[in-house]
Design a protein around this ligand. Structure first.
Ligand code: SF4
Length: 306
């Protein structure tokens, strides 16, 4: 339905819009996070890596321009395209003064062939002024905002030390929607204490908001995180590949056909990954999802209803 896929992939969407593949360049804007500087907490989300979940970005001490150049070089060995999206991924990318944020984002936009911006942040870091800036950027470039919901269950979120309530996520999504700003939500499958019904409840919650995009990840237990310590002391069930594929296919069925699927597998740093090791076989995960949808004679949106 979406070229060869049974789900609405980001690759399909980008080719439709830009006429070619869009390559994401991972930038570290030099920001921190309220979950780490003491505003909402000091130790971050329980699963967050040392680099604020931006393990593949360039070094933060380098200018945005330099990082973009470096990333372009790395990516040019992999893909041939001149459409780039500057992806501010590490930490919380709207957590600074509006002047500084503006400076950073325009520094990226001014680089050659940057056709869009992707900004990862948290709902509690989007106030009126930030919203205005995002709206301004949205009128100038192809913009999307990424929000890490992970789960719609506030109890699990508390365990994760997410640092904001699900209701706040809903409110900010609606403010972004009112400004016609594309929103992408991250969800994590296999969180401690959650069973399949809980995971699908999060997906239903997101489906009901009918956002522009989603990222579905498997929980990664990475060395050096508090989650790794917790897992050593309280081993909990890690989804098998088969269980993950099953819940992802159920999730795709529940989402609207129009929702762009940005990711169905996570990228953990191989050397830091404790569990689940099957996530290292990204192509197998994706191919098993394709096969399962085919066997089910199913596709994204099959069970979507508002
Ligand atoms: S909000 Fe993001 S950067 Fe901050 S601690 Fe959580 S995962 Fe890490």
């Amino acid at each position: 339905m979406w070229n060869e896929k049974k789900y609405h992939s980001l690759d399909y969407e980008m080719k439709k819009i830009f006429g070619e593949k869009a390559i994401k360049l991972i930038i570290d804007g030099g920001f921190t996070c309220p979950n780490r500087d003491g505003t909402a907490g000091y130790r971050g989300c329980i699963f967050c890596s040392e680099r604020g979940s931006g393990d593949f970005s360039s070094e933060r001490c380098k200018s945005i321009e330099k990082q973009i150049e470096e990333q372009k070089q790395i990516m040019s060995g992999k893909w041939k395209s001149s459409t780039y999206i500057a992806y501010f991924q590490s930490y919380t990318n709207t957590y600074d003064s509006v002047e500084n944020l503006r400076k950073r984002f325009y520094e990226a936009l001014d680089c050659e062939n940057i056709k869009g911006l992707a900004i990862a942040t948290r709902p509690d870091c989007i106030d009126e002024q930030v919203l205005e800036l995002l709206s301004e950027l949205n009128s100038k470039t192809f913009l999307w905002i990424e929000l890490g919901l992970q789960t719609a269950d506030d109890k699990t979120a508390e365990f994760l030390r997410r640092g904001y309530k699900t209701q706040q996520f809903r409110e900010v999504c609606s403010q972004l929607k009112n400004k016609n700003i594309r929103t992408v939500v991250h969800m994590i499958m296999g969180l401690p204490g959650e069973i399949k019904t809980d995971m699908l409840n999060t997906v239903k919650y997101v489906a009901e908001l009918n956002l522009w995009g989603v990222k579905i990840h498997m929980l990664h237990i990475l060395r050096g995180t508090d989650l790794a310590d917790y897992y050593m002391q309280n081993p909990f069930h890690i989804l098998t590949l088969e269980e993950y594929v099953d819940v992802v296919c159920d999730s795709l069925e529940l989402l609207s056909e129009g929702t762009v699927v940005h990711r169905l597998t996570g990228d953990g740093k191989k050397s830091d990954l404790i569990e689940p090791l099957w996530t290292l076989h990204k192509l197998k995960v994706l191919s098993d999802i394709d096969k399962t949808l085919k066997i089910r004679e199913s596709y994204q949106g099959k069970k979507f209803s508002l």
